[in-house]
Design a protein around this ligand. Structure first.
Ligand code: SAH
Ligand code: SF4
Length: 363
């Protein structure tokens, strides 16, 4: 059985052609699946009964299974999604006055092992399929009641959940195309953000194949410190990363890169670090998003005090860099940045925090 959630418009059209069906049929079905949130072929009322029967015999619309759905005191909603073999990933919806942002995962675990990241500490399990990535948007849309046409409950998507999107490039790009497609989710390129720890060659591919807004996880102003905190820096050091950011901006839908910077007390949060950052990024039009560190069990870091974060932001602002501090949302349900451990079983036997097999949390 073919899962139709694995296809973007081009893939679905090609698959329909193999079945002897016309492109406009593929477009109709794509709209039913993604715009109307339909999983049942019989609900596709403008599709001939004969084609519906044919589709039922050969295809399914199969999103992953939601194993839990929790709402935080601040309205943040976290879906825990079963991706098989005892693994789960998390999807987080963050409602705000002017927009609703869905934070989507791209891998079960992550191989890049950043020092302060709960997902990294779980080790890498596997890449998510297209159906599992876009399925998070599909499921959240349905859960949020946004299945009929133009209601835009989800106005923004950020690939900032579990995993490194650029390490799962093909599937991520296919899912991005669906997010952007007017016959699917119809989001603007400016409202879809890929966050990367800095896979330099793949940043170039993203720019060429599917440019969307880009966030880069910087976290340190010099190579010595970044080598420690974000080990991929040993392969792609800061000078290369900054050059890749400049190249990205040549084709990006936004005219700045967002640098994410997790504030770790006594590690990367001094005035000197802030001043080093200013000189590091002087050739890259950018904004900064400071993220107060979210602790997880066994993590060796502390969150910088609010006053330190404010002072750090002031130094960047004084140099003309727009700097925001991320509000910590959903931490009462472990949905905040870097807390997304996903109860992935620890495949690497690293000692990590909340390692709970799915069967243990099922009711
Ligand atoms: N792998 C991608 C996207 C997922 S992580 C990346 O690294 O960019 C999304 C963001 O959360 C990144 O900026 C990451 O560095 C940050 N993050 C990870 N662990 C965190 C923690 N414990 N507290 C706060 N932010 C964290
Ligand atoms: Fe992976 Fe991003 Fe976590 Fe680093 S911060 S381990 S790249 S998910």
């Amino acid at each position: 059985m073919q899962n139709l959630l694995d296809f973007d418009a081009e893939g679905l059209t090609a698959w329909f052609a193999e079945q002897g069906e016309k492109p406009f049929r593929a477009k109709q079905v794509l709209r039913w699946i993604h715009r109307s949130g339909v999983a049942d072929f019989d609900a596709m009322t403008d599709i001939a009964k004969s084609l519906r029967e044919k589709l039922k015999a050969t295809a399914v619309i199969a999103p992953p299974t939601v194993v839990s759905d929790k709402v935080s005191e601040d309205g943040t909603r976290k879906f825990l999604i079963d991706v098989g073999n005892g693994n789960a990933v998390e999807t987080v919806f963050i409602p705000e006055v002017e927009r609703g942002t869905l934070c989507v995962s791209t891998q079960a675990g992550c191989a890049l092992d950043c020092a302060f990241c709960s997902t990294g500490k779980q080790g890498f399990n596997r890449n998510l399929t297209v159906a599992e990535i876009i399925g998070q948007v599909w499921l959240a849309n349905r859960a949020l009641g946004a299945v009929h046409g133009d209601e835009r409950v989800i106005s923004n998507v950020v690939l900032m959940g579990m995993g490194e999107p650029l390490a799962n490039f093909e599937n991520t790009v296919t899912a991005l195309r669906l997010m952007l497609d007017d016959n699917a989710y119809g989001l603007s390129r400016r409202r879809v953000t890929v966050s990367t720890s800095g896979l330099v060659p793949v940043m170039d591919r993203l720019r060429d194949e599917c440019p969307v807004a880009l966030a880069v996880s910087l976290h340190a102003p010099n190579d010595a410190l970044r080598d420690e905190l974000v080990p991929i820096n040993q392969k792609y050091p800061l000078v290369e990363l900054m050059a890749a950011c400049r190249r990205y901006l040549e084709k990006a839908p936004r005219d700045f890169i967002t640098f994410e910077y997790v504030m770790l007390e006594g590690v990367n949060d001094s005035d000197t670090h802030a001043r080093q950052l200013i000189s590091l990024v002087k050739t890259v039009p950018c904004k900064f998003n400071l993220i107060p560190f979210n602790p997880f069990p066994g993590s060796p870091f502390l969150r910088s005090p609010a006053e330190r974060v404010r002072r750090f932001a002031d130094i960047l602002m004084a140099a003309g860099i727009i700097t925001t501090t991320r509000k910590t949302r959903g931490d009462d349900i472990d949905a905040a940045c870097g807390q997304l451990a996903g109860q992935v079983k620890d495949k690497t036997k690293r000692t990590a925090g909340r390692v709970i097999a799915l069967k243990e949390i099922r009711p």
